[in-house]
Ligand binder design. Structure first.
Ligand code: CIR
Length: 254
């Protein structure tokens, strides 16, 4: 059960955010703000209390707050983004996390870790080794998990930005996955909902209490999730998609 979420208001500098899809164009800032409001309203409908950090124009990608920390039931971990332009986004986050956790740890250089590479499945955490999360950072996080009685495992990554670009844990034994992870031995035991290749963006969904929140505009994936018995809420995230960001990236839920 999640009770809280942290979000960060998008900065107008988001139009300069990192993107591997320049062909989609630059985000429309006003539309992005409206989509952000709808996202927050949906989180509230799922029962979450929200804290919103002020926007920070110095960091175009700072609305993707999930990458800056990992929240577990025992401790919070301040991440250390692998993207140099995102390094300063952790400022201000430690103080906020300290309001909720007695223990806030942090990834130290030369380790790097972004929260988008961490997927929580109960007390176990899958950690993707990506261009943003290195072995040293993942190792520091694993050691912290073990100190707190939790566990983790490392996942070698295909060509994806983050682990959760291609995977979402929907709970009830169910993993939403792109084809890249379909036959991965680490996920053998789970029931899988496979996202068709032409809807790959829809793999980034979030299960929040009794609902799955997913991006609008992906009817095949939506149908599969509904047919598997989940209640679905749709949020349009078209402007965040232009920056390779999805619904999980826009909040920290705990
Ligand atoms: C970046 O490249 O860092 C941002 N443009 C997108 C971050 C998306 N975050 C996520 O998948 N957790």
């Amino acid at each position: 059960m999640f009770r809280n979420a942290i979000v960060r208001r998008p900065a107008s500098s988001m139009v300069q955010g990192i993107s591997s899809h320049p062909e989609l164009g630059k985000p429309d800032y006003e539309l992005a703000l409206r989509q952000h409001s709808a996202y927050k309203a949906t989180l509230r409908l799922c029962g979450l209390e929200l804290r919103e950090l002020d926007c920070d124009e110095r960091y175009p990608d700072s609305c993707f707050v999930e990458d800056v920390a990992v929240c577990t039931k025992a401790f919070a971990m301040l991440a250390r983004p692998g993207a140099p332009s995102r390094a300063g986004e952790t400022e201000g986050m430690a103080a906020l996390l300290a309001e909720y956790w007695r223990e806030v740890e942090s990834i130290k250089a030369p380790g790097s870790l972004e929260g988008g590479d961490v997927m929580m499945v109960g007390d176990h955490f899958y950690i993707g080794l990506s261009a943003r999360t290195n072995r040293e950072g993942a190792g520091q996080f694993m050691a912290a998990l073990e100190r707190h009685g939790l566990s983790g495992s490392l996942i070698e990554m295909p060509e994806l930005l983050h682990l959760k670009t291609g995977l979402a844990w929907l709970e009830d034994g169910t993993l939403l996955t792109t084809r890249e992870f379909l036959d991965h031995p680490a996920f053998k035991a789970f029931r899988k909902i496979v996202v068709p290749e032409h809807e790959a963006y829809a793999a980034n969904c979030i299960r929040v209490n009794d609902r799955v929140i997913m991006p609008s505009g992906y009817p095949e994936t939506e149908g599969k999730i509904r047919d598997s018995g989940f209640a679905v809420s749709l949020v349009d995230s078209s402007e965040y998609r232009k920056l390779d960001g999805g619904l999980s990236c826009l909040s920290l839920r705990f």
